[in-house]
Write a protein that binds this ligand. Structure first.
Ligand SMILES: *[C@@H]1O[C@H](CO)[C@@H](O)[C@H](O)[C@H]1NC(C)=O
Ligand SMILES: *[C@@H]1O[C@H](CO)[C@@H](O)[C@H](O)[C@H]1NC(C)=O
Ligand SMILES: *[C@@H]1O[C@H](CO)[C@@H](O)[C@H](O)[C@H]1NC(C)=O
Ligand SMILES: *[C@@H]1O[C@H](CO)[C@@H](O)[C@H](O)[C@H]1NC(C)=O
Ligand SMILES: *[C@@H]1O[C@H](CO)[C@@H](O)[C@H](O)[C@H]1NC(C)=O
Length: 183
C-alpha cells in the first residue's frame, strides 16, 4: 500500500523531472550498529556537508562470499510543524535481485544508477570476500524526487540481512528543507 504510494509518486514525478526543485535533502547523521563481526571485516559510513549539500562515503569488506543479501528498509517522516510520525515505507527487498535486475524496476533504477556512478567496483552478488566495496562522494539529486516533496524530518533504518541473519543496521537521520535550486 505504502510502496504503491511511492510507485505512483515516481510515475508522476518522472514526467516532471525538468521542473525546478525548491527543496534540498540533508543527511545529518548516519550510525551503524549490530555489525556482525563474523560477516564483516569492516563496515564504515560517514556523512559530510560541502557547499550546502550532504555527501556519503561508505566502505564494506566481507569476510566470506555473500550470495544472499536482503535489505529491510523503513522510512519514517515527520512533517514540518507536525509531531505525528508517518511511516512512508517498511519493506523487505532482495538486494541481490535488485542489483542484478535494476533496469527492470523503474523505482530503484534511478537510485542504483546513482550508486554505480559513485562506486569503486561493481555492486553485485556474489559479493567477494576481502574486497572493499566503496562508495565515495554520493549525494542525492533533487531531480530524482517528486517536485512536491513535503518539508520535514526523516529517519531511515536499513537492515542488511545476510543468510537470514541481521548483519548490520544503518540508521540515518536528516531533513528536507526549503532551498533555492542550484543556478
Ligand atoms: C548555502 O546556503 C545559504 C543559505 O541558503 C546561502 O546563503 C549560501 O550562499 C549557500 N552556499 C553555497 C556555497 O551554495
Ligand atoms: C534477475 O532476473 C532474472 C529473470 O527474472 C532471474 O533469472 C535472475 O535470477 C535475477 N537475478 C537475481 C540475482 O535474482
Ligand atoms: C581473506 O583474508 C583473510 C586474511 O588475510 C584470509 O585468511 C582469508 O583466507 C581470505 N579469504 C578469501 C576468501 O580470500
Ligand atoms: C564531491 O562532489 C562535488 C560535486 O560533484 C565536488 O564538487 C567535490 O569536489 C567532490 N568531493 C570529493 C572529495 O571528491
Ligand atoms: C547516532 O549515535 C549518536 C551517539 O550514540 C546519537 O546521539 C544519535 O542520536 C544517533 N543518530 C541516529 C540517527 O540514530
Amino acid at each position: 500500500m505504502k510502496l504503491w504510494f511511492w510507485i505512483c509518486c515516481f510515475l508522476i514525478f518522472k514526467s516532471m523531472r525538468t521542473e525546478e526543485r525548491n527543496f534540498r535533502l540533508f543527511i545529518d547523521q548516519v550510525n551503524i550498529t549490530h555489525v556482525d563481526p563474523e560477516v564483516y571485516e569492516s563496515f564504515d559510513c560517514k556523512v559530510f556537508q560541502f557547499n550546502n549539500r550532504s555527501y556519503l562515503d561508505s566502505s564494506h569488506t566481507f569476510k566470506y562470499t555473500v550470495t544472499n543479501l536482503k535489505v529491510h528498509a523503513v522510512l519514517d517522516f515527520w512533517k514540518l510543524k507536525s509531531r505525528q510520525k508517518m511511516t512512508l515505507f517498511d519493506v523487505q527487498l532482495d538486494a541481490c535481485y535488485l542489483l542484478d535486475n535494476a533496469s527492470k524496476n523503474k523505482l530503484f533504477n534511478i537510485y542504483i544508477k546513482n550508486l554505480r556512478k559513485h562506486a569503486n567496483t561493481k555492486f553485485k552478488c556474489p559479493f567477494q570476500a576481502n574486497i572493499s566495496y566503496e562508495v565515495q562522494n554520493m549525494t542525492m539529486n533533487e531531480q530524482d524526487f517528486p517536485s512536491f516533496v513535503p518539508l520535514g524530518k526523516f529517519r531511515s533504518v536499513i537492515e542488511y540481512i545476510i543468510d537470514q541473519k541481521l548483519a548490520a543496521r544503518v540508521i540515518a537521520s536528516g531533513k528536507i528543507v526549503s532551498h533555492p535550486p542550484d543556478p
